[in-house]
Design a protein around this ligand. Structure first.
Ligand code: ATP
Ligand code: MG
Length: 252
């Protein structure tokens, strides 16, 4: 007899090492190495980040908790290449951002990254589907394909029935789900979400985090969210605390 032998399945890997599927380790999406950030203000210096190290792989959903002013947005801006570290480096999709010029950074953000913020920032006169499809105009996607992909993204966040609603005709949680669909519609590899549940009640906020985590796991997308919400830790794969610019592994 060959093949799977139920009797011998005792949790030990087979000695010949052969497996029917070779599982590829999730690829690294991001490495933050010794990143510090100082802002010069007036005659003084504000240190917003201090020797931050962080790594993120495909399909990983991590939360960064910290109080107002701790450095969360500064870190996300630097990861997105919107600002440069004072010391240290960012390796994004295998490339040292120090060697990536502005135009190319814009292209990386547009094509490979998704963004979410505390407010959904929907255009009130457009329908949910039009809001989601808007960014695809930048990549010259045809109207038919924009509609199709926006519909799929809305279905993914459970809003298949709300496609024709305009922003004021949606609840706060629904608006934020439209913002998720918008962040995902171009199939990014990494999503940065700066307090995506900040405007929502606890129950709705947790439902949104749960949805984001499932998307991360199912689609293999990396997610970094920042939050004030202590409960986010229950949902994230890993949690970090940031305090006065110092990032450290947090308790789940
Ligand atoms: N462009 C800037 N120039 C000078 N100081 C800045 C700048 N951006 C941020 N800071 C300072 O850096 C620190 C971190 O700010 P940051 O916006 O990253 O905090 P945060 O954790 O996102 O806070 P919040 O939860 O309120 O959004 C703060 O002390 C802030 O005043
Ligand atoms: Mg912030």
């Amino acid at each position: 007899m060959q093949g799977t032998d139920v009797q011998s399945a005792g949790g030990q890997p087979s000695s010949n090492g052969s497996t029917p599927h070779t599982r590829r380790a999730p690829a690294e999406l991001l490495r933050v190495e010794g990143v510090s950030k100082e802002f010069k203000v007036g005659g003084g210096v504000v240190t917003a980040l201090r020797s931050v190290n962080l790594q993120l792989r495909e399909g990983e959903f991590i939360a960064i908790r910290g109080r107002s002013g701790a450095g969360k947005t500064t870190l996300l801006n630097i990861i997105a290449g919107l600002d440069d570290p004072t010391h240290g480096r960012i390796v994004l999709f295998g490339r040292d951002l120090a060697n990536v010029k502005e135009g190319e950074r814009t292209a990386i953000r547009r094509n490979e990254m998704g963004f979410m913020f505390q407010a959904a920032h929907l255009i009130p006169t457009l329908t949910a589907r039009e809001n989601v499809g808007l960014l695809l105009r930048l990549s010259n996607t045809s109207a038919a394909e924009r509609e199709q992909r926006a519909s799929e993204a809305l279905a993914l966040v459970g809003l298949g029935e709300r496609q024709q609603h305009r922003a004021p005709e949606l609840s706060g949680g629904e608006q934020q789900r439209v913002a998720i669909a918008r962040a995902l519609v171009h199939a990014p590899r990494l999503v940065l979400a700066d307090e995506p549940t900040g405007n929502l009640d606890t129950h709705t906020g947790l439902a949104i985090l749960d949805l984001l985590r499932n998307v991360a796991h199912n689609a293999g997308i990396g997610f970094i969210i920042t939050t004030h919400d202590p409960q986010a830790s229950a949902i994230a794969d890993a949690v970090y605390d940031i305090s006065d610019g110092v990032l450290s592994p947090g308790q789940k």
